[in-house]
Design a binder for this molecule. Sequence first.
Ligand SMILES: Nc1ncnc2c1ncn2[C@@H]1O[C@H](COP(=O)(O)OP(=O)(O)OP(=O)(O)O)[C@@H](O)[C@H]1O
Ligand SMILES: O=C([O-])CC(=O)C(=O)O
Ligand SMILES: [Ca+2]
Ligand SMILES: [Mn+2]
Length: 672
Amino acid sequence: MAENGDFRFGNSVKAVVMPNGLPKIHTHGGGAGAENGICHDDSAPPVKAQTIDELHSLQKKRSAPTTPIKDGLQQQQQDNAAFATISEEERHKLQLQSISASLASLTRETGPKVVKGDPARKLDTPKVTAEHHHYITPTISISDSALKFTHVLYNLSPAELYEQAIKYEKGSFITSTGALATLSGAKTGRSPRDKRVVKDETTAEELWWGKGSPNIEMDEHTFLVNRERAVDYLNSLDKVFVNDQFLNWDPEHRIKVRIVSARAYHSLFMHNMCIRPTPEELENFGTPDFTIYNAGQFPCNRYTHYMTSSTSIDLNLARREMVILGTQYAGEMKKGLFSVMHYLMPKRQILSLHSGCNMGKDGDVALFFGLSGTGKTTLSTDHNRLLIGDDEHCWSENGISNIEGGCYAKCIDLSKEKEPDIWNAIKFGTVLENVVFDEHTQEVDYTDKSVTENTRASYPIEYIPNAKIPCVGPQPKNVILLACDAFGVLPPVSKLSLPQTMYHFISGYTALVAGTEDGIKEPQATFSACFGAAFIMLHPTKYAAMLAEKMQKHGATGWLVNTGWSGGRYGVGNRIKLGYTRKIIDAIHSGSLLKANYKRTQVFGLEIPTEIEGVPSGILDPINTWEDKEGYKETLLKLGSLFKKNFEVFANYKIGQDGKLTEEILAAGPNF
Ligand SMILES: Nc1ncnc2c1ncn2[C@@H]1O[C@H](COP(=O)(O)OP(=O)(O)OP(=O)(O)O)[C@@H](O)[C@H]1O
Ligand SMILES: O=C([O-])CC(=O)C(=O)O
Ligand SMILES: [Ca+2]
Ligand SMILES: [Mn+2]
């Protein structure tokens, strides 16, 4: 062997250039009398493979029973077990038919030819399932689109979705902790002005329309135009992702959802956010109760009636379908389904809630309401308590149930010290949206807002170590309303009467700060009825009446917690330390705050405690934290007027059967 051209790896491995120019790598000292005394011999039987493809095929074990496509071997095994075969075969056929029906054009004769599996894999060529489809003899009217196959990647695992994302979706990377970093494209948040709902005879009566309502109307025909656009787009692709999953952990009120999408990112996001079926549940899934067609990469046609931009998120309650065009932001799917629940659940006397929820070791349940960024996820994720859910719940006679199977945490400025459970949940399987990371180490910089401030992590709820599985709990004891008050005048915590709770629930206040680039900006007050006006479908007073009834019946206490500014408004004061807010929340949970001494504030008439363990007493009454006392009073009155003005539209509505409660709620607002 020529010494010439030898090169060494460390001192135990060397590669030798063979006559054909290709290096052969072998361990050093192959002959007798090896330097290091270790003798490697190659006597293990050779791998039974003739080609690299055959070798690869040995890596994979067929997974049972949800992988729908079968190879020859499995087919053989099934032929032997004739009994099971027929029914499983039949089930798979029905499953494919159901997916084909989901993807069917409403104007052509039948659904597309769907076949399961990745088109990139040779094994998965259409011949396997061609016989599953009994096509009518082609006539002149059949379109080219009916002649091609659409590959369906059905309920893929996170590992498979990672591979799909990394191979085919630009901007997908594995971060240093194993999460899948991805880009949501031009939209990095929801598009509420492009969310439309079909107004038909039923919904015209039932839903909340007009000023303040999130439901922008469209007609059935326009919905069908957009649906056709989405379906045609999806069918034109080589492959689509289909997720069949559940919503709502209450088994009596579980909803079956199907999500058809074009990106592995969307499929993994929904895998994390919805409830994941067991293999058995998936086998017997049947027909979904609701279907999403996510064609987000494809715009709507702006010549279509009602369209005002290239984005349209369309909800058709009668058809139980949602169509997404022109936005890839995955939160549209999550919150679109939440809207559906806000319609379906109240019909069953169940209250749907934009809230987080956790439970103490003694079974005391707390709800955390609040608009985006006020702390639902942060505060419901509590090392000392069991997490039921971070964002969407149902309150029924059975108690509380989470709607979702995962959490969706804000990541901006995330720190391991302050939010260890969320930090540790960002690992393999988690989708990280729009974050910035080091190009070499792929370590995420959570402070970087280059793509957006709304960076997010989506992870299965069981990634939080003290998640309560199944995600259900008994009747709540505390109802905590969170507001991030950038005016800095709301107390860090107030105990609310029932009418006050209703007043603040209907108001749904928070104040955020608009752009921070050109120095200090005015805080922007936001009022969003029921702390989620973007997602409710009925008039806010319908949900408020249900909440009042339930809180009364189960004796829950209402609290208002300001997670925003103290010591002055934004620009002067600072955001209340998360550590203090946690102490306040601890005192609510333990029941100690209920027994504290209280005094009443001016203007808002809020009951504020004089002492809380672990919190400096000086901050409990915000006036003490402001140097500029006049400024404080002025700002307080300003916020009070904003509340009054916002509430005017609700003054003419009766809440519940009880005229008295309505009066009390109207009187529970700021008074000056
Ligand atoms: N005192 C505080 N209390 C709560 N959160 C705080 C506080 N100070 C800073 N924060 C930060 O505010 C953010 C709260 O966001 P969080 O994800 O909990 O919002 P959310 O209510 O769940 O909103 P969304 O409905 O959009 O998911 C977190 O980034 C958290 O670190
Ligand atoms: O839906 C989203 O994008 C994030 C969220 O939870 C909210 O806004 O309430
Ligand atoms: Ca959240
Ligand atoms: Mn939310």
